[in-house]
Design a protein around this ligand. Structure first.
Ligand SMILES: NC(=O)c1ccc[n+]([C@@H]2O[C@H](COP(=O)([O-])OP(=O)(O)OC[C@H]3O[C@@H](n4cnc5c(N)ncnc54)[C@H](OP(=O)(O)O)[C@@H]3O)[C@@H](O)[C@H]2O)c1
Length: 328
């Protein structure tokens, strides 16, 4: 089978190459999946560059999420059977979805929502799980207001649709090109982040929550709005990193805490509860959000796609982040 593997450390996606590999042996707790699609997520760049605390396989297949069709199940697996269309997100310590056929722990897997295609499901697995997990942590009530940054991005657009389904009023930040998409999804207030300053557009304490997918100054300014809670994908809560399958060494934990302290201090000053979002591999949670999506009028923002043949010819680069790899 063909797989996209990391040929060198330290160069992110530019050293990825398509190679022929034998298919993996199926363990009792795993399922074998014929892959259909997988998103090139921002985290794939960091994972392929190299994280010092990760042990890479030789060869290391890229990719952390995706979707496909079950072709075989291990002896201990009861929840899935051949023919099921599934999607999944894996641990950092267990990456490798960019291949025509993969084995994956059944505990990371969920059945796709019936109202989207398997190709679409593979294009949103990690963003959807992240958006749902982040929103659940807010424990928001219908009628409350949430400001979602990057509301048309992978995480942001899934979060926007889920938040509306939860009965929240969404205020979105996005670029000009995505205003129409967000209006169609039911967002009434959209702030163009390229031409408007959301600090001027949103009055302090007028919103209950912020979902931050951008970080840096955007996170700092969000805290200054004094909502009840801010959940940020860029605020690293080291105590949750174990969800990714990574046990951070003490020194690294301390360095990360120091790097995050400017945000923790600001949160304290403004009396905001700041929650760091760390998405872990969790098939049960993915199944829960899959069921939610199934009950919604859900839109998948069409991404650009890449085939294995295209990648074999032209390689991969930073420009490919956000695109969806098609394996068939
Ligand atoms: N902590 C976790 O567990 C976790 C999990 C998943 C993702 N993440 C992180 O979450 C981030 C977003 O991921 P993604 O997959 O959603 O990325 P994405 O699809 O590239 O979306 C990012 C969105 O943010 C918008 N944006 C950029 N700058 C902005 C600004 N200043 N204000 C408002 N919006 C802005 C972009 O708009 P344009 O198109 O106009 O540039 C784009 O729509 C990444 O950094 C990723 O690593 C973290």
């Amino acid at each position: 089978m063909k797989a996209i593997i990391r040929t060198k450390a330290g160069k992110a996606l530019s050293t990825m190459a398509v190679q022929e590999l034998p298919t993996a042996h199926l363990q009792p707790h795993q399922i074998k999946v014929k892959m259909v699609s997988s998103r090139i997520n921002p985290v794939d760049v960091d994972l392929m560059k190299g994280m010092p605390f990760l042990k890479y396989k030789k060869p290391q297949i890229g990719g952390i999420d995706g979707a496909g069709e079950v072709v075989a199940v291990g002896a201990a697996v009861q929840a899935f059977m051949p023919g099921d269309q599934v999607f999944f997100y894996r641990k950092f310590s267990d990456i490798g979805t960019w291949a025509e056929e993969i084995t994956v722990n059944a505990s990371d897997v969920a059945k796709i929502p019936q109202n989207i295609s398997v190709t679409e499901a593979g294009g949103i697995a990690l963003p959807l799980l992240t958006a749902y997990d982040a929103l659940l942590q807010l424990k928001a009530q219908p009628g409350e207001k949430i400001l979602i940054h990057g509301a048309a991005g992978g995480v942001g657009f899934q979060a926007t649709q889920l938040a509306i389904k939860m009965g929240l009023e969404v205020i979105a930040t996005a670029g000009e090109q995505d205003i129409d998409l967000l209006q169609k999804a039911g967002v009434n207030t959209i702030i163009n982040y390229k031409t408007q300053d959301f600090l001027r557009e949103v009055a302090p304490q007028s919103i209950d929550y912020v979902l931050d997918t951008v970080g840096g100054e955007v996170l700092k300014k969000s805290l200054a709005l004094k909502p009840k809670k801010v959940v940020s994908v860029h605020y690293v809560d080291t105590s949750k990193m174990i969800k990714t399958g990574v046990k951070l060494p003490g020194l690294l934990k301390w360095i990360m805490k120091m790097m995050m302290s400017k945000f923790s201090r600001l949160a304290k000053k403004h009396e905001v509860e700041l929650i760091g979002q760390v998405t872990g591999a969790d098939g049960d949670l993915l199944q829960q959000v899959s069921t939610e999506v199934n009950q919604m009028d859900f839109t998948v923002k069409l991404s650009k796609t890449l085939t294995l043949n295209q990648i074999a010819k032209q390689g991969m680069s930073q420009q490919d982040v956000g695109k969806v790899i098609l394996f068939q």
